[in-house]
Design a protein around this ligand. Structure first.
Ligand code: FES
Length: 177
């Protein structure tokens, strides 16, 4: 972990410590606390589990067990371009899991993880309300319907191209300045 990442993490942990005071020091507060952390920081840093454990008076292993039992918690910060693959019933029936697998293979990360350059992350989500377009995936806020394995590479490529164009434009502006 590089220094800026360590500092960022420390800041998050300090914030969590402050936020914890609004919860009772009880085991029943565990899920609401984890939800608060995820909503505030978009993920639950594994380092926060020890903090939470000592706050509610149970072991870190138990907190980890509860947090991993529920699919809603992620332990990596989301990428700049979060990929969400719908695995609601309609999407599942139409091969949503194959779409998920294709994103995992293309980005070389598993669901719940973030690429090393922090550009992409993958997560599975429940029905996003566009069942007529099943199977559905979201890239950022954009819904992509009627997904097919062959579309996965194109979507990733498009983002990489846009990034490349933005980088070149920035370089050009810097040269002109
Ligand atoms: S099940 Fe995927 S959009 Fe409804």
């Amino acid at each position: 972990m590089i220094n800026s990442e360590k500092e960022e993490l420390q800041e998050i942990l300090d914030n969590i410590k402050t936020e914890l005071s609004q919860f009772k020091k009880e085991r029943s507060e565990l899920i609401p606390i984890l939800q608060m952390i995820q909503e505030t920081f978009q993920y639950v840093p594994p380092e926060a589990l020890t903090l939470v454990a000592s706050y509610v008076g149970i072991s870190p292993a138990e907190v980890y067990g509860v947090a991993t039992f529920y699919n809603q918690f992620r332990f990596h910060p989301p990428g700049k371009h979060p990929v969400k693959v719908c695995l609601g019933t309609a999407c599942h029936v139409k091969g949503g899991d194959i779409i998920l697998e294709n994103f995992e293979r293309k980005l070389e990360i598993a669901e719940g993880e973030t690429t090393a350059d922090k550009e992409f992350s993958i997560e599975r989500v429940a029905c996003v309300g566009c069942c007529a377009l099943a199977p559905v995936a979201l890239l950022g806020e954009t819904v992509h319907g009627n997904m097919a394995p062959s579309k996965v590479e194109g979507l990733i490529l498009r983002i990489e191209l846009e990034k490349d164009i933005a980088r070149r434009e920035k370089e050009k502006q810097n040269q002109d300045a």
